[in-house]
Design a protein around this ligand. Sequence first.
Ligand code: ADP
Ligand code: MG
Length: 588
Amino acid sequence: MSDMVVGIDLGTTNSEIAAFLNGKVEVLGPEADSMLPSCVGLSPAGALLVGREARHQQTEAVKLGDKEFTPQEISSLILRQLVEWAQRDMNQPIAKAVITVPAYFSDAQRNATREAGELAGLEVVRILNEPTAASLAYGFGDAAHHTALVYDLGGGTFDVSIVSVEGDVTEVLASHGNNQLGGDDFDNLLLGRLEREFQSQYGIDLQNGYPVARARLWWAAEEAKKKLSFEPYVRVREEALVTENGKPLHLDVELSRSEYEEMVRPLIESTLDSVSKALSDAHKSPSDIDAILLVGGSTRTPLIYRRLHELTGLEPRQDVHPDLCVALGAGVLASRLAGHGVERVLVDVSPFSFGPSYLGERGGFPYPHCYHPIIYRNTPLPVTRTESYATAHPHQTSVQIEIYQGEDDDALKNLLVGDFRVEGLRPTREPNEVLCRMSLDLDGILHVTAIEKETGKSKHISIARALREKSPSEIAAARERLKELYSSRAEEGAEIAENEFSLEDADAVSEPEDKAAADLPHALEIVKEAHDLVEQSQLLLGTLHSEDQEEAIELRERIHAAIRSNDAGALKKASAELRELLFFVEGH
Ligand code: ADP
Ligand code: MG
């Protein structure tokens, strides 16, 4: 029997254990992806509670009796619980472990961690830096040389490290952080928001003598926060939060992601300062970095991904579950030490991005086939995400939803995988909000639901085999369908799909005397070509003589105006003039 070694992430909020099982590195425990809240407590009867039970107890404010525990003893209780989970799954005793610590831990803190392991009956074969563990989980411990930026935002701490990994040689080049910043702060901001809501409704300040109500709200705030990572809105409903004079007072409030993001934005900006500092300390620029790895449960907050992307131009990776990544990386090292040739963690991810097309702007004017994924490629599966869209016209009662697979921000350069129509929306003067929810499971079925936010009215389709690589003939067939879709709508004539600006335009563009323009796909081509010309002119603007510049700008405005007013003739004329102008510029 090979020597069993496990990997353990002893986190401040949650702890996990991973090892080699069924031919791969897995997180072990009673459930899939088990996380143990890093808490211990005593039950009212005096029994020792570890993990979730203890966390529940603490909301009832039960203290650890009058017994005193050293931090090592507390940690050893958590370690023992994790080892018990692993022994049950592995069906054998476990004596050796790799345990991770933050990169900034001092020698004394590392020794304390080792001691905690020994108290739990473990031989600690390696103390591993958390960011290094994360890069091992991503397979960066192979023969090649990798430099990773590991951004770790957990429950109570934040750190960013630049690590260099080549085989078994690993080095933390720089590390910065704030051990007073984490997801708990996000919870507190939301808690404050909920308390103010309650106070404005009932005039009761929960900070004054309502500890149980506050504890309930704190939980509700964390749950709301987690949902807002995947949903544009969340409803917080706490029944009988307070009972005054025998009357139950409920809290019922809707929070939006955009409101939430504005609350946490300053905290997230402060982490970006640390990112810049770590890069400059390591004498690296973003172009020297092979990957940004997102670690820690709080990095699910979409604003973090967006801001890191804006700051560095890199696409941060989160394909290994952020809250299990460190444990899995420790598991990779543990498995190697136990003699298994493991390169990385295997996770099921979506190989493609999926999303709907929508009416947005390109090159400064409306474009009906804008595309932005709801489910990004490399997202771990299963996943459910929702985004919000607005109808384009007053009194619009239906929307056509087209679902694409691909990465290009022009939907027409991606693959149409499904479409459906939602009818019977309320005709509103202001834009009506329609939510699009997408779920993708391991079985490869993509579920898409469109929901009218105000009424909850919804329509759903399922798209089979979304994860399978398409063959060239399937791709051709999908493109053909796209063409048919537009020409069949052209036959529908007056019926205009409201979220599709192009169709309105196309109607206007089709002049009776121009046979080609009457063909809808062709009309779309004209609008698209105008777009391309405008984009091109923007690129070339700097190289033009000043009078040509003025002319190009004027022509762009004419194109813009022609599209807005559905004037096909003017559009064609202005496009032709701009094409000619650019032709001469490029000719030189
Ligand atoms: P630590 O490393 O501190 O032990 P974790 O990596 O387990 O912590 O992260 C815990 C934090 O992640 C908590 O604040 C938790 O609320 C937060 N978190 C978990 N899931 C989400 C989510 N979906 N969106 C935002 N935050 C989340
Ligand atoms: Mg952590």
